[in-house]
Write a protein that binds this ligand. Structure first.
Ligand SMILES: Nc1ncnc2c1ncn2[C@@H]1O[C@H](COP(=O)(O)OP(=O)(O)OP(=O)(O)O)[C@@H](O)[C@H]1O
Ligand SMILES: Cc1cn([C@H]2C[C@H](O)[C@@H](COP(=O)(O)O)O2)c(=O)[nH]c1=O
Length: 780
C-alpha cells in the first residue's frame, strides 16, 4: 500500500506530497489521476454532490416560487431561498474549517451528508403533510440554511483530504477535473435533468400526484445525492479517515477557539499563503465587479439587452478556458509566477473593458477576465494544496471558500450600487463615440487595483527571481528554448534499468547482456553515472561521502555525466544498430534529484532533455524494491554505503514512488517488476519483453573490435567479472564497465558469456491495471 493511504492519509502526508514529482500533461496526466481509486471515488462523490447542489439550487427556488400566485411573492420566494444559501458562509463559515482539521475527515463528510440528506429530503414533504405556502417556504428556507451551513463543514473536509490521496504532481490535473465537474458539467447536467423531467412529463400528458412533480423529484434527487455520497465516502474512501499525529495532538491540546485563532494566524503570518489567499480574492473581486457592472456596461455599448447575457456567458466560458486549457498553454511556467500573471491578466482585462467601445472588444475582454480568474483560481488552489500543511488545511480552505463567496457577493453588490451613481458623458472621437460612465470609471479603477494586487502577489511569491519575466513566459509558451531533439539515424534499441538501491539492476543488466550476446547481437552495456572517464570523475564527486555538492550542483553533475555519456557512448552505439543497456538514465535524476531532493521536476526534466538532446529509451525496466529490502541488500555486501545510499528512509521512499509514478504515466514504455522475485524470474520476464521489442529484427552482429569507433574515453565493459564487486563510490561496478581493466576489451562492446544463465518459466507480466490504487501501480 502507499504509505499515505495505509495510515489514514494524513500521518505521512508531508512525505506523500513531496513524492510524485513527475510532470505529465494532457490525457496522460488525466488518466494517471483517474487510476487512483480513492481519488476516482472522491471525484464521483464530488460530481454527485455538485449535481445535487445545482439541481437543489434550481429546484428549491422554483419550488418556493410555485407556492405563490403573485409575481411579487414568487420573486421574493425565489430570491429569498437562494440568498439564504450565501448567508451561512458569513455567519458560521469561519469556524467550519476547524471541524475539518479537528475531527476525522471521513466521518465529518459522512455525518454532514446524512444531516443534509434529512434536511433537503424534508423540503418537498412539508406541503404533503398539509403545510401552508408560508410554512412550506419558511421550512425550505430554514432547511436550506441548515444544509448550506453543514456544507461549509463538508467542503473544507473534502478539500483537505484531496492532497492526501494523490501525488503532488497530479494535484493540478485533479483540480482541473474537480473544478470542471463542479462548475462546468454538473450545472449543465442539473439544468438538463430538470428541464428533461418537466418536458417529459408535459409531453406524456400524464397527471402526476403533487409529490411526483418534476421539481419535487429534483428535490428528492438532491437529498438522495447526499445519501449516496455519504455511503460512498463511508464504504469506498476509507483512506481519508484517520488523523495525523500532528492533528491528533492539536485536537487534544487545543480548544476549538485556539485552533480557530491559530488558523487565522497561520494565514496572516505565512507570506505565501497570505499572498495566495489575497490573490484569489482579488481575481474573484475582478470577476464580481464585471458581473455587477455588466448590465449598465452592456447598455453603454448600445448593444441591447442580449449583450448582458452574452457578456455574462463569455466570462464563464473564459473561466472554463482558463481552468481547462490554462496548464496546457503555459506548460512548465512556474505556478507561482503563473498565479500572479493570471491576476494581472484578469485585472488588466477589466481595465480593457473600461475602454472597450464595441461589443466585440467587450467580449474579448470578458473572455480574458474569465480566463485570468479561472487560471488564478486553479493555480492558487493547486499551490495551496501543495504548500499548506495537512494540520491546518481545513481552516485555510474554509477561509478561501467563504472569502470567495463574500468577495463575489460584495463585489457584485457594490459595483451594482456604484454604477447606479453618476451620470454618463458621451465622448466623440470622430468615427467612434462611447459613454464615459461611472461603470467605465469603476472598471478602470477596479482593474488597476487588481493589477496592483497581482504584481504584489507576483513579487511576493516569485520563485525565479532574476529570470526575466517575459522571456520566461515566452519560453514556456514555446515549450522552453530547448534545441530541437538531436536527429540521428537510430537503428539500435535502447534499454534502461531503473530502480532504488540494491534493486538488482546490475545483476539483471549483466544477465540480459549475456543472453543477447549469446544470440549474436551487438550489445553495449553501460551505466550512469560513470561510464566514461569524465563520468568516472563525476561519479566520484557525487557519490563520495567526503564531497557535498548542493542539490542543484548534484543535478548538474548528473546531467553533465549524462550529456557526455549519451554523446560518446549511447548515440554512436544506437546509430550503428547495437542494443544499448544502461544501468540508470534520466528517470534516476527525476526520482533522486526531483522527488528525493525535492528540486522542481520540470526543471530536472528540462535539464535532462537538454543533456540528452531528447534521446528517450525504448524500454525502461523498473525493478521496484522496498527501500528497506534494497538497502539491506546493499548493507549485506559489506562495502559500506555511498552518499546517496546513506540518505534517509523517507528520501528513498520518495524516490521509489517517483519511479512508480513515471511508470504509471507511460505504461507502454515501462516494464515494472517486483525486485523481490527470484533473479531468474526477473531475467525471464525482461528477456520475454525484449524479445517482443526486438521483434523479428535480425540481430545486428557484434562488430569486430577494430571496426568500432570508440568514444573518446569509453571504457570496455567486462561482463565476465563478478557483478557485485564493490570497491568504493567512485569505482563501484567498475567490473561492469571495465574501468578496472580498461584495455581488456574493445570499447562499446559487452563481452560474451560462454554459458547462458539458467532461465525458469517465463515470469508473469502484469500490465498496469486501470483499477489500481497508487500503491498497486508499482510492480508485477
Ligand atoms: N532478485 C533478487 N533477489 C535477491 N537478491 C538479489 C536479487 N537481485 C540482486 N540481488 C542481490 O542484491 C544485491 C544488489 O544487487 P545489484 O548490485 O544487482 O543491485 P543494484 O540495483 O545494481 O544496486 P545499486 O543500486 O547499489 O547499484 C546483490 O548482492 C545481488 O546479488
Ligand atoms: C543516474 C543517477 C544516479 N543517481 C544516484 C542513484 C544511486 O544512488 C547512485 C548511482 O549508484 P549506482 O550504484 O550506480 O546505482 O547515483 C542520481 O541520484 N541521479 C542520477 O541521475
Amino acid at each position: 500500500m502507499h504509505p499515505a493511504v495505509i495510515t489514514g492519509g494524513t500521518a505521512i502526508d508531508t512525505e506523500k506530497r513531496e513524492s510524485g514529482p513527475v510532470d505529465l500533461s494532457g490525457a496522460a496526466a488525466l488518466r494517471s489521476v483517474l487510476r487512483i481509486r480513492p481519488f476516482r471515488r472522491l471525484w464521483l462523490v464530488l460530481g454527485l454532490a455538485s449535481f445535487g447542489d445545482w439541481i437543489g439550487l434550481l429546484a428549491t427556488g422554483i419550488f418556493a416560487a410555485a407556492q405563490f400566485d403573485s409575481s411579487v411573492g414568487q420573486g421574493a420566494a425565489f430570491g429569498g431561498t437562494i440568498a439564504v444559501r450565501l448567508l451561512p458562509a458569513l455567519l458560521l463559515g469561519p469556524i467550519a474549517g476547524v471541524f475539518a482539521d479537528r475531527f476525522d475527515r471521513r466521518y465529518t463528510m459522512v455525518i454532514t451528508d446524512l444531516i443534509r440528506f434529512v434536511f433537503y429530503g424534508s423540503i418537498p414533504l412539508v406541503p404533503l403533510f398539509g403545510g401552508s405556502p408560508g410554512v412550506t417556504v419558511a421550512w425550505a428556507t430554514i432547511a436550506t440554511f441548515i444544509g448550506e451551513t453543514i456544507t461549509l463543514i463538508w467542503i473544507p473536509a473534502k478539500e483537505a483530504a484531496v492532497p492526501n490521496l494523490i501525488p503532488k504532481s497530479r494535484i493540478e490535473v485533479s483540480n482541473q477535473l474537480t473544478l470542471v465537474t463542479t462548475y462546468g458539467i454538473t450545472p449543465i447536467l442539473a439544468a438538463l435533468a430538470l428541464s428533461a423531467l418537466t418536458a417529459g412529463i408535459q409531453q406524456s400528458g400524464a397527471t402526476l400526484p403533487d409529490w411526483a412533480q418534476p421539481v419535487q423529484i429534483a428535490l428528492y434527487l438532491n437529498a438522495i445525492s447526499r445519501l449516496a455520497t455519504a455511503i460512498t465516502v463511508f464504504f469506498g474512501i476509507k483512506e481519508i479517515g484517520g488523523k495525523s499525529a500532528e492533528r491528533q495532538e492539536a485536537a487534544q491540546q487545543q480548544s476549538m477557539t485556539r485552533q480557530f485563532l491559530d488558523g487565522w494566524k497561520y494565514i496572516g503570518t505565512t507570506p505565501l499563503v497570505r499572498g495566495l489567499v489575497l490573490g484569489i480574492f482579488g481575481a474573484f473581486a475582478a470577476g464580481g465587479v464585471v458581473i455587477g457592472a455588466a448590465k449598465t456596461f452592456a447598455t453603454s455599448l448600445g448593444a441591447g439587452e442580449a449583450a448582458f447575457y452574452l457578456l455574462f456567458g463569455t466570462i464563464f466560458m473564459g473561466l472554463a478556458v482558463g481552468i481547462g486549457l490554462g496548464p496546457m498553454i503555459i506548460r512548465d511556467l512556474s505556478r507561482r509566477r503563473w498565479f500572479g500573471m493570471s491576476i494581472v491578466l484578469a485585472s488588466g482585462s477589466v481595465m480593457f473593458l473600461g475602454v472597450a467601445f464595441h461589443l466585440s472588444m467587450a467580449l474579448v475582454g470578458a473572455l480574458l477576465v474569465g480566463a485570468g480568474a479561472g487560471m488564478a483560481f486553479l493555480a492558487g488552489t493547486t499551490l495551496l494544496y501543495g504548500e499548506v500543511d495537512d494540520a491546518v488545511r481545513g481552516r485555510v480552505f474554509a477561509v478561501v471558500q467563504i472569502g470567495v463567496r463574500m468577495v463575489l457577493l460584495l463585489a457584485i453588490t457594490l459595483s451594482g450600487f456604484l454604477v447606479g451613481l453618476g451620470s454618463s458623458r458621451r465622448v466623440d472621437l470622430g468615427a467612434v463615440h462611447f459613454d464615459v460612465s461611472a461603470t467605465r470609471v469603476l472598471l478602470l479603477v477596479a482593474g488597476a487595483v487588481g493589477v496592483f494586487v497581482g504584481i504584489g502577489s507576483f513579487r511576493q511569491m516569485d520563485d525565479k527571481r532574476g529570470v526575466p519575466v517575459l522571456a520566461d513566459l515566452w519560453g514556456s509558451l514555446r515549450g522552453r528554448p530547448l534545441a530541437p531533439d538531436e536527429q540521428f539515424v537510430r537503428s539500435g534499441v535502447f534499454v534502461v534499468f531503473e530502480g532504488g538501491e540494491g534493486a538488482g539492476k546490475s545483476t539483471q543488466v549483466t544477465r540480459l547482456a549475456a543472453l543477447l550476446q549469446a544470440e549474436g547481437r551487438d550489445v553495449v552495456v553501460t551505466r550512469e553515472p560513470g561510464a566514461t572517464d569524465v563520468g568516472a570523475r563525476i561519479r566520484h564527486l557525487v557519490l563520495d561521502k567526503s564531497e557535498s555538492p548542493s542539490p542543484r550542483a548534484e543535478a548538474l553533475l548528473y546531467a553533465a555525466d549524462r550529456a557526455h555519456h549519451v554523446a560518446t557512448v549511447v548515440r554512436p552505439a544506437l546509430a550503428r544498430g547495437a542494443v544499448v543497456i544502461s544501468d540508470r538514465y534520466v528517470d534516476s535524476s527525476l526520482a533522486y534529484q526531483g522527488a528525493g531532493r525535492t528540486l522542481p521536476v520540470a526543471e530536472i526534466s528540462w535539464l535532462s532533455s537538454w543533456a540528452t538532446g531528447g534521446l528517450k529509451p525504448d524500454l525502461v525496466v523498473l525493478l521496484d524494491v522496498d527501500p528497506g529490502v534494497g538497502l539491506n541488500r546493499v548493507d549485506s555486501r559489506g562495502e559500506g554505503t555511498d552518499r546517496l545510499e546513506s540518505e534517509s528512509r523517507p528520501f528513498h521512499e520518495r524516490v521509489r514512488y517517483a519511479f512508480l509514478d513515471l511508470a504509471a504515466a507511460d505504461p507502454k514504455r515501462y516494464l515494472v517488476l517486483d525486485a523481490a522475485r527470484p533473479v531468474d524470474d526477473i531475467t525471464t520476464a525482461v528477456s520475454e519483453r525484449l524479445t517482443t521489442l526486438l521483434g523479428a529484427t535480425e540481430p545486428s552482429p557484434a562488430p569486430a573490435s577494430t571496426d568500432l569507433p570508440p568514444g573518446p574515453d569509453l571504457q570496455a565493459p567486462d561482463l565476465t567479472a563478478p557483478v557485485n564487486r564493490r570497491v568504493g563510490p567512485d569505482d563501484r561496478r567498475a567490473d561492469l564497465t571495465g574501468l578496472a581493466n580498461p584495455s581488456a576489451e574493445p570499447p562499446h562492446r559487452a563481452d560474451g558469456r560462454d554459458e547462458e544463465p539458467p532461465l525458469e518459466e517465463m515470469a508473469e507480466l502484469i500490465g498496469i491495471n486501470d483499477d489500481d490504487t497508487p500503491d498497486d501501480h508499482r510492480r508485477h
